[in-house]
Design a protein around this ligand. Structure first.
Ligand code: IPM
Ligand code: MG
Length: 387
């Protein structure tokens, strides 16, 4: 019986904290207006493994593009140290307090990969720094674009980032030796804001269709709520077509060459978004080159979606790591804070350096270019585009 009471108590705590979170969401102001800020503070977080090596190269590229703005005092880069697995384990926190304080002094963040401990490896069960940052800074929209023009693919995923099976991910518990419980959570506020973000994006970028992906036929209460709210918000956008699919068939449709190019914007709960975006990224060369935006009303964070590759560091190969994903995340960051022309230039340079011209190749070893050489190549290309 004491097991049952202990479980009830844990469950009560989770519900309590979620009710409080709903109150906080209700009080939130609108998105930050970057134009109104005297200075935009850009935090640069290296993270673990190859993170610091590639993130510092992305920073060089962004500083190059924002040179004048930095000089005029309109933009400032701040390197934030300490979001490493060692420090996180030492503090027994997903994000150590001093790091969180520094993060909160920024407006936008560029983040390298961080190591996520999993059951059975050498690290204790600290929560994923990614997931924690999304929660702490309330970065509710994870936006992942996937574009493969030659295949007619131009998708943008709006993955809900703060709820679903992730929100209380590390609060699941073993009731006893035989029974383990995890939780999935869906709130009205959480669904409304992600659905609206997806429809607003569609409206502002001339898209004509938004597709919700759930498993509402089985996960009836939480996915059902997500789907209902998406359908309701869709009514506010009569010019945009809305449809919904189940996650299993959607994973199949993405490989259906006849149908897949019809999809434009997807909106989906956290876990399905995690899975489907990895599948989608594979069409443009895997998660390596992809970047992702994590948007909230007050903060936003831009990251590479690949892992921290600790083995490359162990083997002394981190300087050969591919910085494309984090540089792409940097382009998304520029776009988000209003430097759209600079962002376009950077996308163009990435395209020249990785597809059309490809003077340097990155192999992850000394048979290819270093991250620094690649960043130099990007900057030379940017100069050429400007001239
Ligand atoms: C991602 C990653 C993370 C996630 C991991 C590292 C916790 O896979 O950004 O997609 O599942 O969200
Ligand atoms: Mg993932």
């Amino acid at each position: 019986m004491s097991e049952l009471n202990a479980a009830k108590e844990k469950f009560a705590k989770i519900i309590e904290s979620q009710l409080l979170r709903i109150e906080r969401m209700k009080q939130q102001k609108d998105f930050l207006d970057f134009k109104a800020l005297p200075k935009i503070i850009i935090g640069v977080v290296g993270g673990d493994g190859i993170g610091p090596a590639i993130t510092s190269q992305a920073q060089r590229v962004l500083e190059f593009l924002l040179k004048d703005e930095i000089q005029r005092g309109r933009a400032e880069f701040r390197v934030i140290q300490g979001l490493t697995i060692e420090n996180r384990v030492k503090a027994n926190k997903a994000i150590p307090d001093d790091v969180l304080t520094e993060l909160k002094e920024c407006h936008v963040i560029l983040k390298g990969p961080t190591t996520t401990p999993r059951k059975g490896d050498r690290w204790p069960n600290v929560e994923s720094a990614n997931v924690a940052m999304r929660k702490e800074l309330d970065l509710f929209a994870n936006v992942r674009p996937v574009s493969v023009p030659e295949k007619g693919i131009d998708w943008t995923f709006f993955r809900e980032n703060t709820e679903g099976s992730y929100v209380v991910g590390s609060s699941g518990f073993d009731v006893n030796e035989d029974l383990a419980v995890d939780f999935t959570i869906t709130t009205t506020e959480g669904c409304e804001r992600i659905a609206r973000a997806a429809f607003e994006f569609a409206k502002n970028s001339g898209k004509t269709r938004v597709t919700a992906v759930t498993k509402a036929n089985v996960i009836k209460t939480t996915d059902g709520k997500f789907l209902n709210i998406c359908s309701q918000i869709a009514k506010e956008y009569p010019e945009i077509q809305f449809d919904d699919w189940y996650i299993d068939i959607m994973t199949a449709k993405l490989v259906d060459e006849k149908r897949r190019s019809d999809f434009q914007v997807f909106v989906l709960p956290n876990l399905y978004g995690d899975i489907l975006t990895d599948e989608a990224a594979e069409f443009q060369g895997g998660v390596g080159p992809a970047g992702s935006a994590n948007l909230g009303k007050r903060y936003s964070m831009f990251e590479a979606i690949h892992g921290s590759a600790p083995r490359m560091v162990d083997e002394g190969r981190d300087k050969f790591a591919d910085p494309c994903s984090i540089i792409r995340a940097g382009a998304m960051l520029l776009n988000h804070i209003g430097y759209t022309a600079e962002a376009q230039k950077l996308y163009k340079a990435l395209d020249i350096c990785t597809v059309t011209e490809k003077k340097l190749v990155i192999t992850g070893r000394d048979t290819g270019a270093t991250s620094a050489e690649f960043a130099d190549y990007i900057m030379e290309t940017l100069k050429r585009i400007t001239e």
